[in-house]
Design a binder for this molecule. Structure first.
Ligand SMILES: Cc1ncc(COP(=O)(O)O)c(C=O)c1O
Length: 275
């Protein structure tokens, strides 16, 4: 596998790409990113990923001096010139050298990335989640800060769960790298606030709207024992059914009919994807 990276104007092999130790990303954790994948060789909803990248950068006053058209061309070339089985791209915007003026410079990096393979059994059995009280800072921003997610890895191993599910006074929100949905009495519900606006989440909402009642609203943690189905969504994993939350089965403890139907609709949607 060889991976190409574009960094501030130059295409280089990934192993030759670097930024300085004095970058704001390392000095202050000041950077945002986005992660997009391909279906059928075409970048999926790349315009949406770029829009979210710009929203994240704008929220932190990070300048992006490259146009969307240029970034799209760069990402396509990175994919074409890399050799990857499951192609994806990661775009970083970092604060730049901390000796330079704040908010005036940034490093822009577009790197190819081999997307991790997902165990197909997860889609048949569903996964288990453990609720954990936490609220991401600036939830609509896709920053590089996944400190809490990494810190909780030993807890996940200890409880033998696939992931944690964050909740706070604002209700249940999301997993560290996935959005969260439930189905209750035939209504598809997903938290409205304090979550990352996931691209997969938006596709699921688009596919569901018109064929079932949909509610984007606050989801109370106390509602979880009463839901019939649950699933998580992300770019890399698509729709993964949730079969257990806090050791209690969700519904019948296996992927339910609404989840399965949305998984089928999503598969059909991406099967047709031509960019
Ligand atoms: C906090 C958080 N929520 C949700 C998601 C899912 O978003 P997407 O569907 O755009 O991958 C991610 C993706 O990394 C994430 O970091």
């Amino acid at each position: 596998m060889s991976v190409i990276c574009w960094i501030n104007g130059d295409f280089v092999p990934l192993e030759d790409a670097s930024i300085g130790v004095s970058d704001f990303a390392l000095q202050r954790g000041y950077a945002v990113f986005d992660f997009a994948r391909t279906y059928n060789g075409h970048l999926f909803r790349f315009g949406d990923h770029l829009a979210r990248l710009r929203q994240s950068a704008d929220a932190l006053y990070l300048p992006i001096s490259v146009s969307d058209a240029e970034l799209t061309g760069i990402a396509c070339r990175v994919i074409q010139e890399s050799s990857m089985e499951r192609p994806a791209v990661r775009i970083f915007v970092t604060g730049g050298d901390c000796n330079d003026a704040l908010f005036e410079n940034s490093n822009i990096i577009v790197t190819g990335e081999e997307r991790a393979a997902v165990d197909p059994v997860l889609y048949e059995t569903g996964v288990s989640l453990l609720t954990h009280e936490f609220q991401r800072e600036l939830p609509a921003v896709k920053s590089i800060n996944y400190l809490n997610a990494v810190r909780l890895e030993p807890l996940k191993r200890e409880h033998n769960v696939f992931d944690v599910l964050y909740f706070s006074a604002a209700g249940v929100t999301e997993c560290p790298r996935n959005n969260f949905f439930v189905v209750r009495d035939g209504v598809l519900i997903t938290p409205a606030e304090n979550v990352l606006p996931g691209i997969t989440r938006s596709v699921v909402l688009q596919l569901a709207t018109g064929s079932m009642p949909v509610e984007e609203r606050m989801l109370h943690r106390e509602e979880l024992p009463d839901v019939d189905e649950a699933f998580i969504t992300s770019t890399s994993k698509r729709i993964v059914p949730v079969s257990q939350i806090d050791r209690q089965p969700v519904g019948a403890g296996r992927p339910g009919p609404v989840t399965q139907s949305l998984m089928r609709l999503f598969d059909e949607y991406v099967h047709e994807w031509k960019g």
